[in-house]
Design a protein around this ligand. Structure first.
Ligand code: D41
Length: 679
């Protein structure tokens, strides 16, 4: 079949394969795709059609042939020519310092250059390339022998079937980690749930389960990814790395077509390593994959050789683990907390457990539906999760550890704080206490909200003080706060004369307040900061707002029908009107801020990413000021980012900005921006 058509087809097939490989490289290695998924799919379909019409053009390394093999009976064992080592672990700073000291002593130098890498929570894998082609993929196993999972690994698009460079070392073994993205994991579980199949507990288990599928067709549908972290080059029986150092080898791996972590970085000295650890920890929650720590490696290969190995792990590398985000403990009982608007929240009282870096004794259970859905019961062993700064959560009970029948938990019929009836509206998840301001718990939470940072901002008026003020009947509603004197306050527990005077001063200072904050402080149901600001902008007056009808309220942007009704109901309640009157009588004075309409704000439509540490202000402060100017502040850099603001020791985000050609501002430029726009 050597006609003109088949020559054309052959040419086109090669073009398509190259183009698809190029898109894969841009997508997985550079993380900067140039074409939408639909275009990629179109190219794949065109290639499939041509290969079907001209079967003689089919090549095992064509991107269409990733799922080639049939379901297997089991996996063959593979002996690793060079054993896959394990990593020494450290949890404490002191252990890292001891590691660095040992390294310095052995090398007899003052300061060591390391690479820091995130430690992916996936599965270690070895990929063998011969004449530039993937010939074998094996799991780590016990380090000496693993399992042959070539057919499955071939389906992972981030793993190149062919190396990008013809003059790569041959043979070449690449080692790295197979993992599943968090978003892919969520989507996978959603699909499994819809089909009534068993879901996976976490992305790591999902990745492991997917890699051990006997049918590669199943693996191919799973969102698996790959990051490379080392290479082995075999030369006359001896082995070596790529290049002269760890970071260089990562660059070389990327050039050969392997995804490597963009967070990998060179750092000199142990202090810089610990700083890297903290930086990665801060970025952890924003990543789309799980990491369980960072890995430090002596960067220079000659130095690595000098340090050598102890049993199964290199003396030149160390895994510095993050505190576990999930732990197991006993749920002793479920209590009910009453919120500001009477909402009842079941809270799990736990046997204290160290998780996510702190000791946790309580975790929210949200509502009754959630308790039923998770099937948690008093007395259960449960998995508790605390990731980053988020509120600890009960993930699920360990039903296998339930020793005896435990009864299902029931919502109380009366409010535990005031004895009023509990209301549960049909079709709504939340139950509420019907006691309103009769309920001391609701009063306390309302006062806490009133005093909070973004409301009246009364410094020093915390939960403990408010509880005492309500319990001693010194304060019933917010207006009473402004009648307190230093003497009364000094009589409370945990209050000295100094703090009493400070609190009086803070109350004084809070009297003059922007209308938007005062509205937010009142605690009208569903009126958050955004709708409070919208109301203040629209009415610019408290009386006008108090008289507005539901239609007028609904016409305001950021105010929906439900909120409009809550606002009207709030101001129709004589007790609430009375509180407002008394607030004004006691000298609370609102004013209207000069706020520009969102579209007139100087940085409307701009998106910024903050990274690294700033000197003159904190990142949250910078974020707040940018947002006040109408800008959006996000966590990840894309081509839509206006600029990346990079402080000291900025890491991967700065690199990403440079890759994408996104503007980079330093702190001085940020200050300049503020002074130009804040006016
Ligand atoms: O990200 C990882 N999980 C990771 C694992 C990494 N970034 N680097 C690693 N480096 C090594 C050495 C130093 C032995 C080459 C590793 C692992 N090992 C490793 N993964 C599983 C066992 C060992």
């Amino acid at each position: 079949m050597n006609d003109a058509n088949s020559d054309e087809a052959e040419k086109r097939v090669h073009e398509l394969r190259e183009e698809i490989a190029g898109h894969n490289y841009r997508y997985y290695v550079l993380a900067d795709p140039r074409v939408p998924d639909a275009e990629y799919d179109r190219l794949m379909r065109e290639l499939e059609a041509l290969e079907e019409a001209y079967p003689e053009l089919v090549d095992p390394d064509s991107p269409t042939q990733r799922v080639g093999a049939r379901a297997a009976e089991g996996f063959a064992t593979v002996e690793h020519e060079v054993p896959m080592l394990s990593l020494g672990n450290a949890f404490e700073t002191e252990e890292v310092e001891a590691f660095d000291r040992r390294v310095r002593d052995t090398l007899d130098i003052d300061r060591v250059v390391y690479t820091g890498e995130p430690k992916l929570d996936g599965l270690a894998i070895s990929l063998r390339y011969e004449r530039g082609r993937l010939v074998r993929a094996a799991t780590r196993g016990d380090g000496r022998t693993g399992e042959d999972v070539t057919a499955n690994v071939r389906t992972i698009r981030a793993v190149p079937l062919k190396l990008r460079s013809p003059d790569a070392p041959d043979p070449l073994e690449v080692r790295g980690e197979i993992y599943m993205t968090r978003s892919g994991f969520t989507e996978l579980n959603r699909g499994l749930e819809a089909e009534d199949q068993k879901t996976f507990v976490n992305p790591r288990n999902a990745a492991a389960g997917s890699l051990r599928q006997l049918d590669p067709k199943v693996t191919a549908r799973r969102p698996l990814r790959f990051f490379a972290y080392s290479a082995i080059v075999y030369r006359q029986g001896s082995d070596a790395g790529l290049g002269d150092s760890q970071l260089e080898s990562l660059d070389r791996l990327a050039a050969l077509g392997f995804p490597v972590s963009s967070m990998a970085t060179r750092r000199a000295g142990v202090e810089a390593l610990l700083k890297f650890y903290r930086e990665v920890q801060e970025e952890r929650a924003e990543l789309d994959f799980d990491i369980d720590g960072v890995v430090y490696k002596v960067d220079d290969f000659d130095q690595q050789r000098e340090l050598g190995y102890v049993s199964r792990s290199p003396r030149w590398a160390l895994a510095h683990k993050f505190p576990a985000e999930e732990e197991m403990t006993r749920l002793e009982r479920i209590e009910v907390q009453v919120g500001r608007t009477g909402k009842l929240t079941p809270v799990a009282r736990l046997d204290p457990v160290f998780v996510g870096g702190v000791t946790v004794t309580n975790a929210t259970l949200h509502n009754l539906d959630e308790i039923r859905r998770k099937d948690v019961r008093e007395g259960d062993w449960v998995i508790v999760r605390r990731a980053g700064d988020v509120i600890p959560e009960v993930v699920r009970p360990i039903v296998e550890k339930r020793e005896k029948m435990l009864p299902e938990w029931e919502l109380p019929e009366r409010c535990p704080e005031c004895g009023s009836h509990v209301e549960q509206v049909e079709g709504q998840a939340d139950a509420r206490c019907s006691g309103g301001l009769v309920c001391p718990a609701q009063r306390k939470r309302a006062l806490e909200h009133f005093a909070s940072r973004n409301a009246m901002d009364i410094d020093g008026l915390g939960t403990k003080i408010i509880d005492q003020l309500v319990e001693n009947e010194l304060v019933d509603d917010p207006a009473d706060l402004y009648r307190l004197d230093a003497e009364t306050l000094a009589g409370l527990e945990r209050m000295g004369e100094k703090s009493a005077a400070n609190l009086v001063h803070a109350l004084e200072a809070s009297r003059k307040v922007p209308l938007s904050r005062m509205l937010f402080a009142l605690g009208i149901r569903e009126v958050g900061e955004v709708s409070a600001a919208a109301l203040a902008r629209h009415f610019r007056d408290l009386d006008a707002l108090m008289e507005a009808d539901v239609e007028t309220l609904e016409s305001i942007r950021d105010v929906g029908p439900v909120v409009a009704r809550h606002i009207r109901e709030f101001f129709d309640e004589p007790r609430n009107r009375r509180v407002i009157e008394r607030l004004l009588e006691s000298g609370v004075e609102w004013y209207v801020e000069q706020v520009a309409e969102p579209e007139q704000q100087p940085l409307a439509g701009c998106t910024y990413v903050l990274t690294g540490s700033l000197e003159g202000l904190t990142r949250p402060q910078a974020k707040q000021r940018l947002e006040a100017l109408g800008a959006r502040v996000t966590g990840s850099v894309s081509k839509n980012t206006t600029a990346v603001i990079a402080g000291e020791e900025a890491g991967s985000k700065l690199e990403k900005a440079r890759e994408l050609g996104v503007e980079v501002l330093d702190e001085a430029a940020l200050q300049k921006l503020f002074s130009a726009k804040e006016g």
